[in-house]
Design a protein around this ligand. Structure first.
Ligand SMILES: [Fe+2]
Length: 271
């Protein structure tokens, strides 16, 4: 992709420099600046001059230290996973990076959020808070998802097998439960260790920030958004779920479960 090319991914336009909003792209045409930081500064200055209000500049990107960085899952692209093409993974990773960028942007925007008219129907602060949970959860759940891809499927062993057997009866019954859950949800299936009951549980989410469970450490995360499989399977989610199972990395699931052993039994984060 050349520096002038841009690609629309979700709500973002990807450029060589990174992800920018449509509004910023328009500003780039009017401002003789090459860096995103310069454009952002110009947007803020233009807003303030046009309205005579310092708060208008709050709508522009705020510079600051970014707390988040994208993890490198590029090995999944070249892994030749059975049933999950390089193109499918590449596009999905672009989407993930967009969430990282927006998580950073919102984090910095919140430093100077307009607090003058907070309102539960609409206010700039409300929008930032809502979309922060969407962006950050979108980033984190994708990291769990990509992290438990790239394995060889099959059956779990050891503590994972024991935990799944105890909760679901057998690995086979758990996989049936997982795939059926994947067909029920519109966003995510999260299989996690529930620190409140010290057991495995499965939760379903329709969006990144809708019904995300508390007191649950994700062990196995399944993305069932259409973007996760549309390139390879169109709308045939069942085939995608089979492919996901074939490439599930049980060793990563085992590592995550082992990490929960460091938690205090019955840990209650509401205390
Ligand atoms: Fe996704």
């Amino acid at each position: 992709m050349s520096s002038n090319e841009k690609e629309l991914v979700g709500n973002f336009e990807l450029t060589k420099q990174g992800v920018v909003t449509r509004r910023e792209v328009l500003m780039m045409g009017a401002v003789a600046a090459t860096s995103i930081a310069s454009v952002n500064a110009a947007v803020a200055a233009t807003n303030a001059a046009a309205t005579g209000s310092a708060s208008a500049a709050a709508g522009a990107t705020v510079a600051g230290k970014d707390p988040y960085s994208a993890k490198d899952f590029s090995a999944l692209v070249t892994k030749n996973m059975e049933g999950l093409s390089a193109s499918q993974i590449e596009q999905h990773l672009k989407l993930y990076k967009g969430y990282v960028t927006k998580s950073n942007e919102i984090y910095n925007q919140l430093k100077t959020a307009d607090l003058t008219n907070p309102n539960a129907t609409y206010s700039p602060l409300r929008e930032l808070l809502l979309e922060q949970s969407f962006a950050v959860n979108g980033m984190v759940y994708h990291e769990f998802y990509f992290g438990n891809l790239g394995g060889s499927g099959g059956d779990p062993t050891g503590d994972v097998k024991a935990a799944l057997d105890e909760r679901y009866g057998s690995t086979g019954k758990f996989m049936d439960f997982l795939k059926a859950s994947g067909k029920c949800m519109r966003g995510w299936v999260v299989v996690g260790y529930n620190t409140r009951g010290n057991h495995i549980d499965t939760f379903g989410l329709d969006m990144h920030n809708m019904w995300s469970p508390q007191n649950v450490v994700p062990l196995l995360v399944l993305d069932v958004y259409e973007h996760a499989y549309m390139i390879d399977y169109g709308i045939d989610r069942a085939k995608y779920l089979d492919a996901f199972a074939k490439n599930l990395d049980w060793q990563v699931v085992a590592k995550r479960l082992a990490a929960t052993k460091k938690l205090v039994n019955g840990a209650d984060s509401t205390v």
